[in-house]
Structure formats: structure tokens, C-alpha cells
Write a protein that binds this ligand. Sequence first.
Ligand code: NAP
Length: 305
Amino acid sequence: MDYDVVIVGGGPAGLTAAIYASRARLKTLLIEKAFPGGQLMMCAHVENYPGYIGGPGMELSEAMRQQAERFGAESKIAEINKVDLLGKEKILYTTEDEKISAKAIILCLGAKPKRLDVPGEQEFLGKGVSYCAVCDGALFKDKVLAVVGGGDTAVEDAVFLTRYASKVHLIHRRDRLRAQRIIQERAFANPSIEIHWNTVVKHIRGTGSVDHLVTENVVTGEQSELPVDGVFILIGNEPNTKMLKGQIALDEAGYVITDENMQTNVPGVFAAGDVRRKALRQIVTACADGAIAATAAEKYIESLS
Ligand code: NAP
């Protein structure tokens, strides 16, 4: 077999699993389709990861990557599009038709942004529609923006976007935000943010690029036109588990079901981080999952000999 452990996905869960597995002297490969960091790369400012007083997500993920490399984890940029996990030998296939085998696999596939599924969303992607404030915020200097969502990401990023935009409309479908209190307080205190309660987006419209949204108040049914130069859709995530269907037990929303040792229903296959069914999706819990998964994988590999 090529490796003891192959970790698929290089966000905080995968990077921590790589640190623990390589430090346990397992022959470890970390596969990431673009660059390591996962959703952490999109975090403008991290302030709730213990020991990291505050700074960009990119900086924290780079430190994790260097730490994993220091202990000897190999890394590879490739996209896995097919897996064969049910046998003793776990096999992964890349989009380039390369076959990689391992005794144990740790799935750290993370999650991707959910779509609103409204007319104009696809048409104006990259022309005013974005799913990443850190990536695209600076393009909207002195412009008017909308952010859709009421969770930590939407509210935190609405505040972040006021660094660039002259005004941010926060559009939320309910009369109460889901975001943590401390994050809500910052939005309420920010004079550049206007919150539109009980409001949904029905259309994203423009000529060439976004110039307005058609919104609807879900209580009164009243529709309005809201002039904006861009809209950030930050309404949560869905797990990247399509290729696992039929091999690994998933819950109804597609998240991987594990036990407390990050073990899936298939021996030798573990899952960690946001891809897993869990109560709290944070950097610190992703890292904890990664550490547990690597330790459990080590025990599993020992049990094979
Ligand atoms: P989330 O917590 O799932 O929140 C999604 C938000 O979008 C909710 O307010 C939801 O409304 C709204 N929404 C969902 N589908 C919608 C739709 N079709 N139309 C309109 N609105 C819709 O997602 P998230 O904010 O991306 O956070 C993901 C995870 O990362 C969470 O566990 C979060 O705690 C964590 N996170 C933490 C931090 C931090 O600690 N600083 C920062 C970012 C993210 P309802 O409220 O009505 O359901």
C-alpha cells in the first residue's frame, strides 16, 4: 500500500490530523484540491481559537500547514472524485486517474456554501454575486452591498464588509439572528449596517452586473426593490460528500456519521471536521476531531498487524 494514512481535505481538521499522524510516525499523505486551509482561508479575522489572540485565518492555516510538514507529512494537490473504501485496502482515485492506496483514510472534506436558488444567482456569479467576503470584499470599495443570512458568517462578514462598502444591508428571513451574541452586538453597533428583518431575496437583477435585489417581507408579503452593487450569500454550508454515497453512512443532510472516535461505519475510514454530523462547527472542534481521528487511525493500523 502507498501510505499508512491518507487524509483527504486540508482544512483545520485535515491539517491537525496530518500533524498527529505524522508525529505518530505513520506514513501520511494529505490531499487538498487547491491550497490548504479550507474555509479557514475565508475567515477575515479569527479570535476564538485558543492561543491565537486574533488574526487572519490565512495566517493560522499556514502555521498549521508548516507544522504538519515539519513532522514529515507529505502533501499533494489533487482532486479525488472516486473512492473505494469498503475493502481492507482503501483506494482513492484522482481526477487525473491516479490511484492512491492506504491502510486508513481520514475524510476531512469540509463543506461548501449553500446556494439561495433564486433567479440571477447563477447569472451574476462573479458579477456581484459572491459566497466569500474575504475573497471579494475589497472589490466593493464605497459600494452598497447586501449580505443574506443571519448566522455567524453572515453577521461577522457584514461587519467586515463595512471596511470597504459605504453601506451593508443585512437581509435575514426571520426576526432574530442566529449568530453568537458578541457578533450580533458588533452588527447592531455598526452605523453602516441596516438589518432587513423577515425578508427574503426573490430575484437578483442587473445589466451586466448586479444593480438591485427584489426582496419580499415574509410577514406582509410586500415586495421591494433594493439597489445594491453586490450581494454576499452567506446562508450556511452543505457537506462535500456526494462521492461517498453508497459507501459510508451519511445522515439525511449528507453529513458523515461517526462515533466519538471519528470512526465511520466502515473500519479504517474516519471523518473529521465540518463534514461530520456534529453539534458545533468551529476551528477548535475541527482540530479536535482531526487529532482524535489520527489517533484512532493509528490504533486501527496497529490492530492490522
Ligand atoms: P449557519 O449557522 O447554518 O447559519 C445560516 C444562516 O443562513 C441562518 O441564519 C439561516 O436562517 C440562514 N439561511 C439558511 N438557509 C437560508 C435560505 N435558503 N434563505 C435565507 N436564509 C437562509 O451558517 P454559518 O453562519 O455559515 O455558520 C456555519 C458554522 O460555522 C456554524 O456552526 C457557525 O457557528 C460557524 N462559524 C463560527 C464563527 C465564529 O465562531 N466566529 C464564524 C463563522 C462561522 P435561520 O437562522 O432562519 O435558520
